[in-house]
Design a binder for this molecule. Structure first.
Ligand code: PAF
Length: 278
């Protein structure tokens, strides 16, 4: 496994590693790798095939954070991440420094202007511009043919698919289902920042969404999910919405498939989750 920390290094490393039939498959991450990431890497390995190259990028992207404290406290267990990549059969780990990725006077940003207006985009302005910009840069820097993302970040996945479609980016987007702890909590790098009491309480998010999803009418669904989450004095809802699964606009009925999605704060730690209806 090669570990590359520079932009020039990634280009030459990939020239050396790509075989003639090699398919380069990228797993973009911000590190603090957990079982969810391992599933993405497994999928990348299957897709790349034995002759292909699996690249994992580890980059805590400063321009997608809306609060400096969240950026500063984002876990960065580099050694453990590298060991996990090695054990998972990753070929190349790309861990660039922020000052190599972003010029101090940079003035070009990739903006998606429709799907990013609701859910996380509404409460974290600029977040998805940061995600699209870095993801496109990682696609270009690695020259990947395919990239794997988790369905847990439903809106992110939809926006990246839209970016690839609208800009004719020649990268196939693959998705993996959300991986959960045994108590239902969606795996996230942020889970390690929960205190023991918060961690014990947090599975209520998924429980509340699943219970609410059994109901038939939109107002009842939203009320039940809210009540289930707010049944805890530790959980503070950032948003709770039922949106059309394609447009991500508020759903007024359940005629089309819909997503019941939420972001919940436990102290400063923001957790997201969703379930699909219909
Ligand atoms: O999902 C993430 O970890 C990040 O948003 C991504 C896609 C690696 C971009 O920084």
């Amino acid at each position: 496994m090669k570990t590359i920390e520079s932009v020039t290094g990634i280009r030459s490393a990939l020239e050396e590693t790509a075989g003639p039939a090699g398919r380069r498959t990228l797993v973009p991450t911000m590190g603090a790798l957990h079982r969810g990431h391992m599933e993405l890497i497994k999928r990348a390995r299957q897709h790349a095939g034995p002759g292909g190259t699996v690249i994992v990028s580890i980059f805590v992207n400063p321009i997608q954070f809306d609060h400096k404290s969240d950026l500063d406290q984002y876990p960065r267990p580099v050694e453990a991440d590298l060991e996990k990549c090695m054990a998972a059969g990753v070929d190349v780990v790309f861990m660039p420094r922020a000052d190599e990725i972003y010029h101090p006077d940079r003035s070009v940003t990739v903006s998606e202007t429709s799907l990013s207006r609701s859910l996380c985009g509404a409460t974290r302005p600029g977040h998805f511009d940061g995600v699209c910009t870095v993801v496109l840069k990682l696609f270009l820097l690695t020259g990947c043919h395919a990239a794997v993302f988790g369905e847990k970040d439903y809106q992110q996945l939809a926006i990246i698919r839209r970016m690839v479609r609208d800009l004719d980016v020649p990268v196939e987007i693959l998705a993996c289902p959300t991986v959960r702890e045994s108590d239902g909590l969606a795996m996230s790098s942020r889970n390690v920042r929960l205190h023991a009491r918060q961690r014990a309480d947090a599975p209520r998010i998924h429980r509340a969404l699943c219970e609410a999803a059994k109901l038939a009418r939109v107002p009842e669904i939203l009320a039940a999910a809210r009540a289930g989450i707010e049944g805890s004095d530790m959980a503070r809802i950032d948003y709770l919405s039922l949106v059309d699964a394609e447009t991500l606009q508020p759903a007024e009925s359940l005629v089309h498939p819909a997503i019941l999605a939420t972001a919940v704060f436990y102290g400063e730690v923001r957790l997201i989750d969703h379930v699909r209806l219909g």
